[in-house]
Design a binder for this molecule. Structure first.
Ligand SMILES: Nc1ncnc2c1ncn2[C@@H]1O[C@H](COP(=O)(O)OP(=O)(O)O)[C@@H](O)[C@H]1O
Ligand SMILES: [Mg+2]
Length: 367
C-alpha cells in the first residue's frame, strides 16, 4: 500500500455460479466487517453474464440479509491490470491493493479467479490456485486425504466417457459400495446434483443426474454420523475454531439443497457442537491436518462426520466459506472469540503478507 493512505480492498462477489445470491449476502457482511480506520472498500460485482461492474456500498449494505434483494445491477465496467492488455490501472476503480474474493463455486472458489489475480499481480485472500482447485474437486481432494491417512468415506469416481461406453459395468462397480450410497458431481457445491440412493433400482438415474452437473462424478458409501464443522484461519501456525454441528431436520434425510436454502426449518446449527472435549480436540487436530494436506491458505471451513463410536471422517473442505449472517465460518470464529472485523483484518493481512513473499521469489537464474 502507499504511504499514509488506507489499504484499498477489492471485494469481488456475485459470479457465474449457482451460489450467486449467497455470494452477494456474504460480500455484504465482509463489507460491513471491514475496519474503516484501515481499509477502503472497492466493490466489484460480477453479474450472471460474467461482467465485472463497480458496485455501490450503500446499496449493498441496504440489501440486508435478503437473497431476493441481492442483485448486481448498474455500475461501470472494471478492468484489472493485465500483461495481456495495455492498461495497468482501472480508471473505474483506481488502485486496488488486495482482493477479497467472496465468490462461491465455479469461477470463484475453483482456482480460476485466483489464477487471474496471480497473472495480474494482485494479492488476494484465501487459498491459491492449487488449494482452490483441489478443494473444488471432491475426487482429487479425497485421494489426497486418503493418501495422508486421513479417514474419508469409501468412494469411487467415474468419468462420463467411461459411463457412456460401459454403463452396466460402471453401475455394478458403484453398487459394490453397498447401499445406501451418495452420488455427487465431482465439482459442484450447495448439494447440487447430490442424491442419496437406497437401492440398485435408483442408481442409474442418480448417476445420470450427477452427470448433468459435471463430467466426473463420485459414488460414496453413506456415513452414519453427525455433521461437525470447524473454521480454520491460516497463518504460521494456522488456528482452528471450536466445533459446530449441523442438525438436519428435512425429509431428504441429508443436508440437501432444499435443507440448506429452501426450507428454513430444514437444518439448524448447534453452536458449539455438543460433543465431548476429547471429540472436539480430535476434530480440531483433523481439521488442521486437512487444511495443510489440501494446500489451503487463509481460510477454510472443514466439514467432518462424527460416528457413534467416536471416529471422525473428513467429508469436505470449503476454501471460500459462506460469510452470510447465518453462515458457520464467521459464527464459529465469533464463538471462539474472534469478531468479524478482526477476522476480516487478519485475512487481509495474510493476503498482503503472501503477496510480499511472492514478490521476493526469484524468477530468473541471471545474477
Ligand atoms: N458419504 C456421505 N455419507 C453421508 N452423508 C453424505 C455423504 N456425502 C454427502 N452427504 C450429505 O450430503 C451433503 C452434501 O454433500 P457434500 O459432499 O458436502 O457436498 P457439497 O459440496 O454440495 O456440500 C452433506 O452435508 C451430507 O448431509
Ligand atoms: Mg458440503
Amino acid at each position: 500500500m502507499t504511504s499514509g493512505g488506507k489499504i484499498r480492498v477489492g471485494i469481488l462477489f456475485g459470479g457465474q455460479s449457482a451460489e450467486h445470491e449467497v455470494s452477494i449476502l456474504s460480500a455484504r457482511n465482509v463489507l460491513a466487517a471491514l475496519d474503516p480506520a484501515r481499509f477502503e472498500a472497492v466493490l466489484i460485482g460480477i453479474d450472471k453474464s460474467g461482467r465485472w461492474l463497480t458496485q455501490d456500498a450503500r446499496k449493498l449494505l441496504a440489501s440486508g440479509q435478503n437473497p431476493r434483494l441481492a442483485r448486481i445491477e448498474g455500475g461501470k465496467p472494471v478492468r484489472l491490470p493485465s500483461p495481456l492488455s495495455e492498461s495497468t490501472a482501472s480508471p473505474t476503480t483506481g488502485r486496488i491493493d488486495v482482493i477479497f474474493p467472496v465468490l462461491h463455486g465455479t469461477f470463484g472458489e475453483d482456482g480460476t479467479i485466483q489464477g487471474l489475480l496471480e497473472v495480474a499481480g494482485i494479492p488476494y485472500v484465501g487459498a491459491g490456485v492449487l488449494g482452490s482447485a483441489i478443494g473444488m474437486d471432491k475426487d482429487v481432494m479425497k485421494r489426497l486425504l486418503r493418501d495422508a491417512g486421513i479417514p474419508v468415506a469409501e468412494f469411487r469416481a467415474v468419468r462420463r466417457d467411461r459411463f457412456d461406453a460401459e454403463p452396466r459395468a460402471v453401475l455394478e462397480e458403484l453398487a459394490a459400495l453397498g447401499f445406501p450410497l451418495f452420488t455427487k458431481p465431482a465439482n459442484a457445491g450447495s448439494s447440487v446434483g447430490i442424491r442419496k440412493v437406497t437401492s440398485a433400482a435408483g442408481l442409474a438415474d442418480a448417476v445420470r443426474h450427477a452427470f448433468e452437473f459435471d463430467a466426473k462424478i463420485l459414488a460414496e458409501s453413506a456415513v452414519v454420523g453427525r455433521e461437525i464443522e470447524l473454521a480454520v484461519l491460516g497463518g504460521s501456525p494456522a488456528t482452528v475454531s471450536a466445533a459446530g454441528e449441523i442438525i438436519v431436520e428435512h425429509p431428504d434425510g441429508f443436508y440437501s439443497y432444499d435443507a440448506k436454502y429452501l426450507d428454513e426449518h430444514g437444518a439448524r446449527l448447534e453452536l458449539p457442537a455438543r460433543i465431548t472435549a476429547d471429540e472436539q480436540a480430535r476434530a480440531q487436530a483433523l481439521a488442521l491436518r486437512a487444511f495443510e494436506v489440501l494446500e489451503c491458505e487463509g481460510m477454510a471451513r472443514v466439514d467432518l462426520f462424527l460416528k457413534a463410536d467416536g471416529r471422525l471422517l473428513v467429508n469436505e473442505i470449503n476454501t471460500i466459506p459462506g460469510f452470510t449472517a447465518i453462515s458457520m465460518y464467521p459464527k464459529l470464529w465469533a464463538l471462539s472469540g474472534l469478531a468479524p472485523t478482526e477476522l476480516v483484518t487478519r485475512l487481509i493481512e495474510l493476503a498482503l503478507r503472501r503477496g510480499k513473499q511472492r514478490a521476493t521469489i526469484r524468477r530468473s537464474i541471471a545474477p
